[in-house]
Ligand binder design. Structure first.
Ligand SMILES: NC(=O)c1ccc[n+]([C@@H]2O[C@H](COP(=O)([O-])OP(=O)(O)OC[C@H]3O[C@@H](n4cnc5c(N)ncnc54)[C@H](OP(=O)(O)O)[C@@H]3O)[C@@H](O)[C@H]2O)c1
Length: 274
């Protein structure tokens, strides 16, 4: 069974830029109606106004922070009032990151990243499950990362949030199989988006190391394909697959490759009393 975009209703979080924006536009182009969520909803309004209006497909922006329970309730109300309480696709895409050693970070960095990348999508899914149960071949697409399969240094909080999303997705997929709801875990590698402009609690000189990058459009194309095929899990790039499979085959080797130099005396742990 395939998921069909035409005449479907979707929620996409993080739709104001990057992967979420490209995926929202692609869904709308395929005559899907998208409830597009972001704090900067004015951006969604801007490109939505200039796009061609379609008979059914279209975009309804919802402005707000997904960590706010009131915003999540607003999303559910929009589905109830505009679409009779039926939802066919939920894309948990909104996400943030931060770079730097755990020993130099405050507890706030972990808290913020977990709130946006894990607790908010989990709670949004919880309140939208009754609507998904009324959907056609429904799919929950969780945008994770290859770093949710193999963790690397200096992104401990981000890796933890994506590992949490990975584990929760696997468990939820098994639980919802009997209801006919698929959970699709999409794991991109480095993507050239605004993600690296909004890193929290990160030294501006701190660079994310990667061997290359994909465009958000390319990631969105692959995510769209995975949703339509109702895949369980996709790791997108060749580099990402190499990282994940090498880690599975030879974790000791990967640990050796990723091990860092000894900490400097300045790398003192934070007390957390802030
Ligand atoms: N870029 C990469 O290298 C990369 C690699 C692997 C996985 N990913 C994952 O891909 C997903 C999308 O990232 P991207 O690369 O497209 O980054 P992006 O361009 O920075 O987009 C992130 C989106 O999330 C939204 N967002 C952030 N915090 C939010 C909040 N509290 N409430 C509502 N919306 C929020 C932002 O909108 P507003 O600021 O307007 O709210 C924005 O639309 C993330 O989950 C990320 O972890 C990215």
């Amino acid at each position: 069974m395939r998921w069909k975009a035409k005449n479907s209703v979707a929620v996409v979080t993080g739709a104001s830029s990057g992967i979420g924006k490209c995926l929202t536009q692609q869904l709308a182009d395929h005559d899907c109606h998208v409830i597009a969520v972001a704090r900067r909803a004015d951006r969604i309004n801007q490109w939505n106004a200039s796009s061609k209006l379609r008979e059914f497909g279209g975009v309804t922006p919802v402005a707000g922070d997904i960590t706010d329970a009131k915003v999540r309730s607003m999303i559910r109300s929009t589905i109830e009032t505009d679409h009779g309480g039926k939802l066919d696709l939920l894309v948990n895409n909104a996400g943030i990151g931060g770079i730097g050693r755990f020993t130099q970070a405050t507890p706030d960095r972990l808290r913020q990243i977990m709130e946006v990348n894990f607790f908010a999508p989990v709670e949004l899914t919880r309140i939208l499950l009754p609507s998904l149960q009324r959907g056609s071949a429904p799919v929950i697409c969780n945008v994770s990362s290859v770093l949710g399969h193999r963790a690397v240094p200096e992104k401990s909080e981000y890796c933890a949030s994506k590992f949490a999303m990975h584990g929760w997705s696997d468990s939820l997929r098994a639980e919802l199989a009997a209801d006919g709801i698929q959970v699709t875990l999409v794991s991109p590698s480095t993507t050239k988006s605004e993600f690296f402009d909004s890193l929290i609690e990160t030294d501006p000189d701190q660079q994310s190391r990667s061997l290359g990058h994909w465009s958000p459009q390319r990631v969105a194309n692959k995510a769209f394909d995975a949703i339509c095929k109702r895949r369980s899990e996709v790791i997108l790039s060749l580099g990402g697959k190499a990282l994940v499979y090498l880690d599975r085959l030879a974790p000791f080797l990967m640990n050796k490759i990723l091990a860092q130099r000894p900490a400097k005396p300045t790398d003192l742990p934070n007390s957390g009393d802030r």
